[in-house]
Design a protein. Sequence first.
Length: 614
Amino acid sequence: MRFAVCALILAAWPASIQAVKAGPLPADAGAIDVRAFGAKGDGTHDDTAALLKAIAASGADTGRTFWQDRPVYLPDGTYLVSDTLLKRYADGRFGSGLFLVGQSRAHTIIRLADHAPGFDDPGKPRAVVFTTSKQIDGTPTSGGKDYPGLGEGNDAYMNFVEDLTIEIGEGNQGAIGIDYLANNLGAIRNVSLTAPDGSGAVGLSMTRKWPGPALIRNLSIHGFDTGIATAQTEYGLTFDHIRLAGQRSAAIRNDQNALSIRDLEITGSAPAIVNQGGKGFVAVDGGKLESAISAGTGMVVGRDLHAPDQGWKPIAAASWTPKPFDVAPPPELPPARWSSVARYGAPPDSPQAVTDGLRRAFASGEAVVYLPHGTYLIDDAVEIPATVRRIVGMNSTIRVAPSRKPGFSRTAGMLRVASTGESLSIENLAFDNTNQGSQLAVEVSGGRDVALSDIVSAGVVLLNRGKDGGRVHLENVCCGRIEIAGPKPVDALQFDTEGGGTRILNRGSPLSILGLKTEGVSTIVDNQEGARTDIFGGLVYMVRDPQGAPPPAFRNSGSYLSAAFAEEVLKPGNQYRVYLSHDGGAVEAKDFPERGPGRFVPSLTASPAAAPSQ
């Protein structure tokens, strides 16, 4: 979570990728400081018990409102551990919402002790950090998962590991740096994993049922037998700015999943990518690999990929393809200079609407405003003035009050950005209007750039960017649909949109997405009015039976479209028949290679001047 550092680190600001030291978080932020539970961070004392106590205090099971866990903050130091760090609820069940965030990547270090008991057997690997699923629906073994033993499942929400380094000590041949499971909204960011020669089995393992969608960004791994290991046929994983070096067996080993990767560098003699199993789909956009790719019976596609000429299919970017863009980062103010909304009459978890308090906080002239952990009821739209450059949610929730103002339109944003001016970042917030009808979460009608990251949208439309709105960057967002218009570009990195209808309505905008995941009987993109949409990598997943003929996956009218993705199919009949409906023509799914009952789609393109193609 980027509130732990001074510089905002987003795909929209690639030059800002660096470790930046910051002061402690504000006392009322709602984060849990591990020092309050006895952690020393001196590299000598065993901090395992203290860290586990802090993690256990981060939140009980909140059921379907899965976004309410508190982050666990590790100030700079070296935390010596001898056992696995994981989250369990008070009754012993595995929990989701393990939210570890360090003060800085370079100086917050979790170190596994040399020759730690239980970490010596590569045949029975064991993790330093182990994230798990909670149990909402089904049984502990439904779908073949092992929830009691492995914490598996598809309710592994809000698992984050950010801004720290994990070091494996000597003699730990069976150690895994992070055994990571996350669903819908979760990320590993600004993390280094290191292991000495002869130690470390896997740097980052994502092989339990069922990983994704999730974002892995700005990760470096040095050493280990395998750098990154992924498995399962769903739900897709997104990687950006990945550096792997010195692996002994394979840098990336993928068994069946769909991986979307941008800016990948692999050095060393071990195979760069081993894609095993018949359903594995790997899409790499920009990379330099010293060693070979083994695609197996799955598929590996590359765009601007420099690698030995074997095992992968090159995909050329069209001249019109939108590119990721740079915008100015917000000011690098230390947390001590952030301003709390509570100071202005908007305390968390108030039973009354705090709309006016939020307005006063945003109108205060402060550049960085934070919402201490909790829930904030609003009964009207809240305008964000140009003076605010950064809103830090602390994993908080903005919810529409049951009694709303008569003038609060359902199509007005809960937060409205109508001003021009410098860029605005909105982070770590949930927008909730569950079971209360339709509502728009974020409205961008002004000309300033906006970045939305780690955002949950429950019962709402996530974004409406109007025709005069500025550029918008989306990073690690779930689960609402978006509507965009106008000439300014929109860029998305790990975009999970779930439900029916049309998930993305694009009226004339340049739109690029790395790592798309859908779930539901839907048209994924309706491209109109000269829109330019590029989707590179992702997993399309209808899940349930359509009522009648399924809709086309994409509609394209007088616009440009390119897409590369994999389709996952739960059972026959739950799949698209038409991938593209285009100005009276159609591209049928049967024209693409099979991925079980689903399909591989390495390249689907359409333009106003040409018939659709694949």
